[in-house]
Design a protein around this ligand. Structure first.
Ligand SMILES: NC(=O)c1ccc[n+]([C@@H]2O[C@H](COP(=O)([O-])OP(=O)(O)OC[C@H]3O[C@@H](n4cnc5c(N)ncnc54)[C@H](OP(=O)(O)O)[C@@H]3O)[C@@H](O)[C@H]2O)c1
Length: 306
């Protein structure tokens, strides 16, 4: 093991800790995160980000926020970037804006949010609110939430992008019934990102949306990668299959995320992550080997049997 004193301090390790940590774990923490390019610019982002629905909707108390602050601190330390939020997630935007400012990590992160209002003025007011709450002059990605008032909001997003107030624009959905209109928007508009639900047990997005995104040069952010936890319930107390190490998979979370990340059209996934223990686990999916087509097929068969 060739870790310098400086590298150890960077990893947050005292000299004594070196003897305690298994060599494999140390190596794993140093392996770079897998990155994917955003097709419209070539900028690369790590394949695993953080989703903030529900769990970041907390009050102002320091106690309530301390755990989330530690998650964001460690996320940045591990090289993470993408944080997905929305004005409709209660206080989440405010919480993220406050904690990111306290940590002084804004420039390291890629902040994605959404607009979900009807009407031009209401949309603009919501977007201005997001800038204020997130405490940023420039939002990295702003997407029309669930296609709400699509044409109106998309036209404002185009103006905001031209004015340099946002870096990327896009659309989101997590409903199969919206896939047809979603595909129509993808076919006619120039979008930087699409965000769609995709999970090992809910694979419809792979039929048409992911191929269309690849064809049209759009980045793909995956929401609901665990089906809001449904996949963990399906796996229950089962152990991982003996072939999981073939793609460096050490947990069910990594099993579910590596399946998604190994799809060539996927740019990043945003699992709901509000605990450090989950963060470390989920970020592990952005390291090491990914399943090939044969293994992906085995993963589908396994989950379909549960
Ligand atoms: N239309 C849209 O734009 C749209 C729709 C839906 C979601 N989204 C975005 O997608 C993100 C992800 O969706 P989601 O958060 O609803 O669901 P999810 O990511 O599919 O699942 C989150 C659940 O998984 C659990 N979990 C996370 N990491 C785990 C781990 N390593 N081991 C065991 N359990 C783990 C969490 O547990 P705990 O409950 O214990 O924390 C939580 O219940 C959202 O946060 C949001 O940013 C966007």
């Amino acid at each position: 093991m060739n870790l310098s004193r400086r590298e150890m301090i960077k990893l947050g390790l005292g000299l004594g800790a070196l003897a305690l940590l298994p060599e494999g774990l140390l190596r794993a923490q140093q392996t770079p995160l897998i990155q994917r390019p955003v097709p419209s610019t070539g900028e690369t982002i790590p394949v695993v980000g953080i989703g903030t629905a529900r769990r970041y909707d907390v009050g102002p108390s320091v106690e309530e926020r301390a755990r989330l602050k530690e998650v964001l601190r460690r996320f940045k330390e591990m090289g993470g970037k993408v944080v997905d939020t929305a004005p409709s997630y209660g206080t989440a935007e405010t919480v993220i804006g406050d904690l990111v400012a306290e940590l002084g990590i804004r420039s390291s992160l890629f902040l994605a949010t959404k607009v979900g209002k009807r009407g031009r003025e209401a949309g603009i007011a919501e977007m201005e609110g997001s800038r204020k709450k997130l405490r940023t002059d420039k939002i990295d990605l702003l997407a029309v939430h669930n296609l709400t008032d699509l044409d109106t909001q998309l036209s404002t997003l185009k103006e905001w992008k031209a004015a340099g107030l946002i870096r990327y624009l896009g659309i989101t959905t997590s409903f199969d019934r919206q896939y047809d209109p979603f595909l129509q928007v993808m076919a006619r508009e120039k979008l930087d990102f699409v965000q769609v639900d995709y999970a090992l047990d809910e694979r419809n997005a792979a039929d048409r949306i992911l191929p269309m995104a690849a064809d049209r040069g759009m980045a793909v952010m995956i929401n609901l990668p665990f089906g809001r936890g449904r996949l963990f319930q399906a796996a229950g107390k089962r152990t991982l299959p003996e072939w999981a190490p073939e793609f460096d998979c050490k947990s069910w979370a990594q099993f579910f995320l590596k399946y998604l990340i190994s799809h060539p059209a996927v740019t990043c996934v945003v699992p709901g992550t509000a605990k450090v223990e989950y963060l470390v686990d989920n970020m592990g999916a952005a390291r090491g080997r990914l399943p090939d087509a044969t293994l992906r097929h085995r993963m589908e068969e396994l989950i379909d049997r549960l």
